[in-house]
Design a protein around this ligand. Structure first.
Ligand SMILES: NC(=O)c1ccc[n+]([C@@H]2O[C@H](COP(=O)([O-])OP(=O)(O)OC[C@H]3O[C@@H](n4cnc5c(N)ncnc54)[C@H](OP(=O)(O)O)[C@@H]3O)[C@@H](O)[C@H]2O)c1
Length: 267
């Protein structure tokens, strides 16, 4: 299959590109830092410089794939970052950027790929969300807002494009080892290390939950590959037993009880 993966310069995206190449797919790897994708090039990927907030780069990237391959079978919308910081503290400019990268850019790239998928009556769109797209936690409210948006949008898209043979699959990872946590921690420090929410930032950043060693992204790569191979993929896949437990508790517990439990786990 011809696959486009965004956010391929690091973490999950990079791991996924290497796996898809090893399984024989034609893979286009997109990110802003092309220099960070040399290893992927050496493994056989075509790299694209694409800032997901830049319309020219989005359109140009899709045009290049169509010129080269005449089709795009799979789009993996993976590029994102965590705009951590208390809701009150994060400036609206940073909030807009969070929505631009995690949601609007992703939606725009999808718009550009859909006509080509519809023309062939085949396509798979994988939207990488997060457990934070189903439950919101303190200090990651803006990130959750962007991922909740992605989740709701994916539900509508799934229904709209099904008649054209296109599947929409949402992936909900829990915490994993990548550049994500350091970027999120720096954002929390930048906006909320001083002021009304400083104690909360300190409590979370010094907690054992925050400092624990995170699993590599391989399990989520497995999940995406499994979803891509499924004849009838599920609408959502979440990571591991702990992710399942959190989603179950979110479903059954009263909201305030769930808030208390999560804050206990985070501290
Ligand atoms: N790590 C976790 O704990 C965790 C948990 C739940 C969900 N997730 C989700 O998993 C996905 C992958 O994250 P990760 O953990 O692999 O993080 P990561 O290591 O920080 O990788 C993020 C990728 O997104 C790209 N990116 C960021 N801003 C971009 C922009 N404006 N335009 C284009 N690309 C951009 C980065 O590339 P450039 O900077 O080179 O552009 C990078 O390749 C994300 O959707 C994230 O929300 C992660």
């Amino acid at each position: 299959m011809v696959v486009l993966v965004t956010g391929a310069s690091s973490g999950l995206g990079k791991d996924l590109v290497l796996r898809l190449l090893s399984e024989g797919h034609i893979v286009y790897a997109a990110a802003r830092r092309v220099g960070r994708m040399r290893e992927l090039e050496a493994a056989g990927a075509v790299t694209l410089k694409m800032d997901i907030t830049n319309d020219l780069e989005i359109v140009g990237g899709v045009e290049q794939i169509i010129r080269d391959q005449r089709r795009i079978d799979v789009l993996v919308n993976n590029a994102a970052y965590g705009q951590w910081g208390a809701i009150e503290d994060v400036p609206m400019q940073a909030v807009r950027r969070q929505m631009e990268v995690n949601f609007i850019g992703t939606a725009r790239l999808t718009q550009c790929c859909l006509p080509h998928m519809r023309a062939r009556k085949f396509g798979k769109i994988v939207n990488v969300s997060s457990l934070g797209g189903r439950c919101a936690f303190a200090l990651s409210g803006w990130y959750s807002a962007s991922k909740f948006a992605l989740e709701g949008y994916s539900d509508a898209l799934r229904i709209e494009v099904r008649p054209f043979g296109i599947d929409v699959i949402v992936i909900e990872p829990g915490a994993m080892d990548s550049e994500f946590r350091a970027i999120a921690a720096e954002e929390a420090r930048r906006y909320s290390a001083d002021g009304a929410y400083a104690n909360l930032v300190t409590a979370i950043r010094t907690s054992s939950a925050w400092r624990r060693k995170l699993p590599p992204p391989g399990a989520i790569t497995d999940l995406i590959v499994k979803a891509l191979k499924a004849k009838r993929p599920r609408a959502r896949y979440h990571s591991g037993a702990s992710g399942g437990l959190i989603l179950f508790l979110k479903h059954v517990l009263p909201d305030r009880t769930f808030d208390r439990l999560i804050m206990k786990l985070m501290r």
